[in-house]
Write a new protein. Structure first.
Length: 164
C-alpha cells in the first residue's frame, strides 16, 4: 500500500503534547507541565544569579583581606625604613616584616618617629606614655595591630607592634 502523493506521515504524539491550542487548553496535564517548566526556568536563573553574586562578593572580600594584610606588613616596613636612622639599634623588624620592635632608653626619638608614622590611636599613645616601672607589661590593639610594651627606669621603653 502506498501513501497518496503529498501525504507526510506524522509521528504519534502523546495526549498531553497535542499541538492544537484548543486541545492544549483543555488538557490539564499539559498546563501543569508548562507551569513546572516555567518554575524550573525561574529557579535555574535565580540559582545562577545567586551563585555568581556569591563568587563575586567572595572574591572582593578575599581580595580586600589580602590587601589589608599586605598593607599592614608594608606599613611596618615603611615605618622601619623611615625611622631606623633616628636611633640606630633602637628599632628592629622581624617575623617576616610582621613585627616592629622599639627598645630605647633616655630620649624616645625612635618611639616618637614610629608614633608619627604608624596610625597608633591617641588613647594607646597615652597608655604607653603613662606606663611606669610598676605597671608591668601592657597591651592594646587597633585596626589589625597589637602592641605590647613595658617601661623600666634602667631599660627604658620596650615596645613590640605586631600585625594581627
Amino acid at each position: 500500500m502506498t501513501a497518496p502523493q503529498g501525504f507526510q506521515p506524522q509521528p504519534p504524539q502523546d495526549d498531553y503534547m497535542q499541538n492544537s491550542p484548543q486541545q492544549q487548553n483543555l488538557n490539564p496535564l499539559y498546563r501543569e507541565l508548562q507551569k513546572y517548566k516555567k518554575r524550573a526556568t525561574v529557579l535555574t536563573v535565580s540559582t545562577c544569579i545567586l551563585s555568581v553574586t556569591t563568587l563575586v562578593f567572595g572574591g572582593i572580600v578575599g581580595t580586600a583581606l589580602v590587601m589589608t594584610i599586605e598593607q599592614n606588613n608594608n606599613a611596618l616596613v615603611k615605618v622601619y625604613d623611615a625611622c631606623m636612622s633616628t636611633d640606630l639599634g633602637a628599632i628592629s623588624l622581624g617575623d617576616n616584616n610582621s613585627t616592629l620592635t622599639v627598645s630605647e632608653s633616655g630620649k624616645l626619638d625612635a618611639y616618637d618617629c614610629v608614633a608619627s608614622k604608624l596610625p597608633i590611636p591617641k588613647a594607646t599613645q597615652t597608655k604607653i606614655g603613662a606606663t611606669t616601672g610598676f605597671s608591668g607589661s601592657q597591651s592594646d590593639s587597633w585596626d589589625g595591630y597589637k602592641a605590647t610594651w613595658s617601661y623600666s627606669g634602667s631599660n627604658g621603653l620596650d615596645l613590640v607592634i605586631q600585625k594581627d
